[in-house]
Design a protein around this ligand. Structure first.
Ligand code: IMP
Ligand code: MG
Length: 245
């Protein structure tokens, strides 16, 4: 193999992996149960899976291999987060490959349902194609973050609203999908953020303090100081004269 040339390295780690919520074993055990729940619901009907890429990639592969009913698999690339940890509010659909779902039992697989915007919008699009039935299965459910009504018929685990999680297909800025477990992402201050905060801390107050070094004050400031000194001398003089009287 040719040795790799320099370049393409990840420059600075700006986030680190925190607490592991579900290990590989936890996930595998839960997927066994989930596959059983799905089979019980659909019986021996043929199922058309629509996987929402890229987050549900790992989940889809592992879940579909556990299903013994007849399955067709389709994909749809959807994104709603743009390298951040909060929802952008809108979704972008690329690779809109969903065809041929009319009169079929469709099960949408998603990585995580957060605000519900992505799932609700996707279900709406698929519903237009007139499937026989339409349901959704998410690997993770952040129930308390829901902003729109998005029915999640099956899900693997519930996660806390405050946790941004990565691993097992879930990313932060396209990284960490390959972790075999699910963990909380601990955000680190970025280099820019840190210096901005440092700069804010150092920000001078509105009234500039007079420099202690001689000869460094501006002519404006020194004339102000001279004025104050003259005023003080005048007051001192007048008080003294009153006393003398
Ligand atoms: P929603 O439209 O707000 O429900 O967002 C759904 C999408 O946001 C998911 O398919 C994920 O790609 C992403 N997302 C939401 N929460 C997380 C998280 O905790 N980790 C990683 N991605 C997340
Ligand atoms: Mg994502």
């Amino acid at each position: 193999m040719m040795p790799l040339q320099r370049g393409g390295e990840v420059s600075k780690a700006r986030a680190k992996i925190g607490k592991v919520l579900f290990t590989r074993e936890d996930i595998e055990a839960r997927l066994d149960e989930l596959a059983e729940e799905i089979e019980q619901h659909y019986g021996n009907r043929e199922l058309t899976i629509v996987a929402l890429l890229k987050g549900s990639l790992f989940f889809t592969v592992d879940l579909v291999r556990r299903l013994s009913l007849p399955v067709r698999v389709d994909v749809l690339e959807v994104s709603s987060y743009f390298d951040s940890t909060s929802s952008s509010g809108g979704i972008v659909l690329s690779n809109y490959l969903v065809r041929d779902v009319r009169d079929r039992h469709v099960l949408v697989l998603d990585d995580i349902v957060d605000t519900g915007v992505t799932l609700a919008r996707t279900l709406e699009l698929i519903r237009r194609e007139k499937p026989k039935s339409l349901a959704a299965c998410a690997f993770l459910n952040k129930k308390r973050r829901r902003r729109v009504d998005a029915p999640v018929d099956f899900y693997g685990f519930e996660v806390k609203a405050r946790d941004f999680v990565v691993g097992y297909g879930l990313d932060y800025a396209q990284r960490y999908r390959n972790l075999p477990y699910l963990a909380v992402l601990e955000k680190q201050p970025t280099a820019r953020g840190t210096s901005r905060r440092r700069a804010a801390r150092k920000k001078p107050s509105r009234r500039p303090r007079a420099s202690k070094k001689k000869g460094r004050s501006s002519p404006k400031r020194s004339s102000a100081r001279a004025k104050a000194r003259r005023g003080a001398a005048r007051r001192k003089g007048s008080t003294g004269s009153r006393r003398r009287k």
